[in-house]
Design a protein around this ligand. Sequence first.
Ligand SMILES: Cc1ncc(COP(=O)(O)O)c(C=O)c1O
Length: 450
Amino acid sequence: MKPTTDLQKPVIKTELPGPKGREIIAADAKYVTPSYPRPDYKLVAEKGYGVWVEDVDGNIFLDCNAGVAVCSTGHCHPEIVEAITRQTQNLIHMCGTDFYYRHMPDLAQKLDEIVPIEGATKTHFANSGAEAVETALKVAMHHTKRQKFISFFSSFHGRTLGALSLTSSKAAQRRGFMRQALDVIHVPYPNKFRHFANNQPTDEETITRDCLAWIEERIFKTTTPPDEVAAIIIEAVQGEGGYVPAPKGFLQGIRRICDEHGIVMIVDEVQSGMGRTGKMFAIEHSGVKPDVMCLAKGIGSGLPIGICIAKDSIMNWGKGAHASTFGGNPVCIASALKTIELLENGLVENSREVGAYLEAGLNKLKDKYDVIGDVRGFGLMLGVEFVTDKNTLAPAPELRDKIEYACYERGLIILGCGANSIRWSPPLILSKENVDVALEIFEEAIKVSI
Ligand SMILES: Cc1ncc(COP(=O)(O)O)c(C=O)c1O
């Protein structure tokens, strides 16, 4: 699979959004829920091909967001389209909760081969990231017969009530929903650019030590005895929270704590998985082997699929304990199997190589502009944190929003994450030529916004 290089630059030919786009936005405002957390800019998509998205008015954008890290193989990859089309001609739905078809064991076996979970696994199929997380929570409760969970500040695990109890990246996600549905305690995430005590940079050893101590010395000895904890759930790279990778030593520390206390280690790879970080799974950068993993987004190349995969000694619940009508739909699985094939045949490698190229370019911008405080991540999962200046490192959320908007006006789709960061989560087919174009626009957007 070769990266796409045909169309070199975005083409913006109308005001943004254009007249057709404005009509759709007006209809959306009238009929669609206002709860979606859309950014300031308004993109009304009509077509997608490779790394390009065309809006309803014929403007063409370079997409460095991939529908929020979903279109891992690019928009409408011909082999994905072919696999889906072929499947729709044979079997669209059968309900794997009550009947059998080959797709479920095919994908489960493939996942068993590639996930970094020690020993034999079992897979449960659902339709979204949140449902994959719900499954992980239920399986951990069922297995341990415990009820408490540990999650991290700034984490995002979804918006269903169980997953929402874990999620803590923005108050708007929680406001109005009263008490947590589950007994979850939140602890600081090891963000070495912003130590939880003073919001200032520190080193990996310090943040690792302090965050582990928070769990072992503080909450285990006060509110949350470890023998009552069913699971610790962590993103190896925090996604919505700002594209922040956890240090290797911290993830190893969590593994140790889980082993010492019979706690299930759940790694949520919904955003960081499927090649995005230059390895198939972000947790592989640490060498840590989790007990349970959650996958969604990039595994389906745009089709809805949510996966919870666990050690088979953990996912050993009985008939009727958990199921989903649409989960593991044959069309979605056909897309997932083809996605994994494309990832294994070059796209994970491309993510690593082009990601390193993009990271080098972003670091050059960081050296040049006082407002870039941090560039971080792996592969094509890179975060850029905006600050008022490099002395105070005060967060600059408004500047971030301005830059995001200025990129859109110039034909580059990127999206914010955290309070003041921008995430780069392009399709994994991105080429170095695409990166050059994207960085030129990004720099121009910074210049006009500061
Ligand atoms: C790490 C992580 N977990 C879970 C979810 C929830 O996924 P979904 O929106 O498919 O329910 C997301 C979504 O952004 C995510 O980034």
